[in-house]
Design a protein around this ligand. Structure first.
Ligand SMILES: C[S@@+](CC[C@H](N)C(=O)[O-])C[C@H]1O[C@@H](n2cnc3c(N)ncnc32)[C@H](O)[C@@H]1O
Length: 300
């Protein structure tokens, strides 16, 4: 195990079970977001996301779920993801240990593989749980969305006395539509299951406050910690793979280099094309963004 980052944004390079047991203190975390391997055969940099038997996968999940429960403060919240076929097991396992307040459906309008002989998966489930039903953070005003029905058509709600126009804002329901991270998006990182910034923004704004500690035991491309930092929360991130640790150090602006290697965002194929045709030129900039259009002063 290797401890990286700083006091506000800790990164633990190593196995989640070991790091949770040995590094993260009990009852120290305000919010946990867990997006583990789903046991569906993704390739995490050579580490295969597939267990011999489903039972083995679930046994492993139950171990880190129990540890997460221990690490959460009494007023803490936890959001847990997995593949649709395993979520019912998580639900049953957690039901008598924590309060499950919602089963959120993260819906997107594209499936990885376009299924032709069955109904392709267009969503991922997220269990939203809190330790104490009457004592938890939920900043509803921070996450309001437009209430389309009624308010958009300026309808009057005659059930109210006196009648009132419909609210134009509401707390989101449990179906959340956010596009998946695609190659051409600015936020894209080289990770097979990167979660969108918008998804984490809603979770972190709703279920934590400035200065709180957000834990992500399977950090991947470090979206959770990246958003936590942007929203002035603190973070603890655990990740096994060195290449993803490097993404985290760069994305969180914690270091310019790792083991002597400069940390820079890889150029995308269409950016490389533009460099080779002279439309863009390369330049060195801290934390990796190092390409801009010729004669333009500000780069993204
Ligand atoms: C589903 S991905 C997380 C994606 C992340 N939420 C994001 O937005 O990029 C799961 C991650 O867990 C990491 N991982 C797998 N087994 C692990 C273990 N035993 N301990 C720590 N990390 C592990 C994988 O390398 C992978 O990056």
């Amino acid at each position: 195990m290797e401890l990286l980052g700083n006091k506000n944004h800790k990164i633990i390079k190593g196995d989640a079970l070991k790091a949770l047991k040995e590094v993260v203190e009990d009852e120290s975390i305000d919010l946990i977001f867990v997006d583990p391997p789903y046991n569906i055969g993704k390739d995490f940099n050579g580490y295969k996301d597939k267990w011999d038997k489903d039972e083995d996968y679930l046994e492993w999940c139950y171990k880190w779920l129990n540890l997460c429960l221990k690490k959460l403060k009494s007023n803490g919240s936890m959001y847990v993801m997995t593949a649709t076929q395993f979520m019912p097991y998580y639900d049953v396992f957690l039901r008598d240990k924590i309060n499950i307040l919602s089963i959120i459906v993260w819906y997107y309008d594209s499936s990885g593989v376009q299924a032709k002989k069955y109904f392709g998966s267009m969503y991922e489930p997220i269990l939203y749980c809190v330790k104490e039903k009457n004592n938890y953070t939920f900043n509803s005003n921070e996450i309001l969305i437009e209430a389309k029905t009624g308010s958009e058509r300026k309808l009057i709600d005659y059930r109210k006395n006196p009648p009132q126009i419909y609210n134009s804002k509401k707390v989101p329901g449990n179906v959340w539509e956010f596009p998946r991270v695609r190659y051409r998006m600015d936020e894209y990182e080289n990770h097979p299951t990167q979660k969108p910034i918008a998804l984490l923004e809603r979770i972190i704004k709703a279920s934590s406050n400035v200065g709180d500690i957000v834990l992500d035991p399977f950090s991947g491309s470090f979206t959770t910690a990246f958003v936590a930092k942007r929203l002035k929360r603190n973070s603890v991130s655990i990740e096994l793979q060195e290449d993803y640790i490097k993404i985290g150090l760069r994305r969180l602006e914690l270091s310019d280099e790792y083991k002597g290697e400069k940390l820079e965002r890889e150029l995308k194929s269409y950016e490389l094309d533009k460099v080779s045709t002279g439309q863009f030129k390369l330049f060195e900039k801290k934390h990796g963004t190092y390409i801009h259009r010729k004669n333009q002063r500000n780069s993204k």
